[in-house]
Write a protein that binds this ligand. Structure first.
Ligand code: 3EB
Length: 335
């Protein structure tokens, strides 16, 4: 078992490598930082053969499911503390925690984030690169009659405020529904000296400036994060400014979503922080396409197949999106 000090002193690849695997594939598990199993039933984060593993309830019984695998650049130190399960490889931290189903999420979401941020800063990985917030019943009401997404956002926002200046900036994220209950959080973060840029989209109001009509505390995420040559594109939907456009119209929503991503990754926008300029939709990989109405999946799939590379890995997930009027949301990585 390597010590934390060995990890920091060994030269290694700085880029995390992410891939989608079929369940059963699991070829090279010796250098895995973590594994997220997309399947019918979720399970709490655990160490499985020493590897942080969390099951997220995102697929139906008729789908095969898949694993999102975060490859490590070398030896890993993994552990668990309370509900947190984590691993570090000297460059990156992966951390996951579950908030079990409850009447009101605000305090539990704040506490979950607070404990994760405490771990991240203590281990020396305060630069959050990418977060995923998978929220069961996202557009349902909590016991107080507040939409669970808004309830969750309030606690998350309080945690970011508590850690302002110590957790280095608000990263790219996804906030999305699941087919189960409770909230599953996971993220990757980097060391304090990592070169990390968080990007906004000129077509969209920064989410952390959304008006109060969308909830008492605004969502805490950036539109993209560019770090170590990798671009993490947040969940992106048919929102212009702060408003949902093309309500009820899947074709219009897919077009605006793709236009939003195109602008976000353009040379004009990404070129501000990436010397080589921007990207196009053909460069996207590890794409998750969230579709709220199952009957829209064939249409969305055919549009996506037109615009994405035939080599891109793309998954389609039928889950609720954080506003009832959003029909589609797309996230991706360029690595
Ligand atoms: C939006 O643009 C759509 O709450 O973490 C996208 C990405 C969305 C992340 C989050 C929410 C989140 O507002 C929803």
């Amino acid at each position: 078992m390597s010590s934390f000090v060995d990890l920091l002193n060994s030269p290694r690849e700085t880029r995390p490598n992410i891939k989608f695997e079929q369940p059963g594939e699991q070829a090279d598990s010796q250098h895995v930082l973590a594994r997220v199993a997309f399947e019918k039933n979720g399970f709490a984060p655990e160490l499985h053969k020493g590897v942080p593993t969390v099951g997220v309830p995102m697929t139906t019984e008729t789908e095969p499911g898949f694993h999102e695998v975060f490859a490590a650049s070398g030896p890993v130190v993994a552990g668990r503390e309370g509900g947190l399960v984590y691993a570090v490889d000297g460059r990156h931290l992966f951390c996951s925690i579950q908030v079990t189903e409850r009447d009101v999420y605000r305090d539990a979401a704040r506490i979950a984030y607070d404990s994760a941020f405490e771990l991240a800063t203590r281990l020396g990985y305060p630069n959050i690169l990418r977060m995923w917030n998978l929220v069961g019943g996202i557009i349902d009401d909590n016991a107080d009659g507040v939409e669970i997404y808004r309830d969750f956002c309030a606690g998350r926002s309080e945690a970011f405020a508590l850690w302002s200046g110590r957790i280095l900036h608000i990263p790219a994220a996804t906030g999305i529904g699941t087919r189960g209950n409770g909230v599953y959080l996971y993220f990757i973060s980097g060391r304090a000296d990592a070169e990390v840029h968080h990007l906004e989209n000129p077509r969209q109001t920064p989410a952390y400036h959304y008006p109060e009509s969308y909830g008492p505390k605004a969502p805490s995420f950036a539109r993209a994060t560019f770090a170590d040559g990798i671009l993490y594109i947040s969940g992106t939907a048919s929102i212009i400014g702060d408003e949902t456009v093309h309500k009820g119209n899947i074709s219009g929503q897919v077009d605006v979503t793709l236009e939003n991503i195109t602008t976000l990754i353009s040379t004009e926008n990404l070129g501000k922080v990436r010397a080589e300029g921007g990207y196009t939709l053909r460069d996207l990989d590890l794409i998750k396409v969230y579709v709220s109405r199952p009957e829209d999946i064939p249409f969305v799939r055919s549009r996506c197949e037109e615009v994405f590379s035939p080599d891109a890995r793309v998954v389609y997930l039928n889950v609720d999106i954080c506003r009832p009027d959003l029909l589609v949301e797309i996230e991706a990585i360029v690595q």
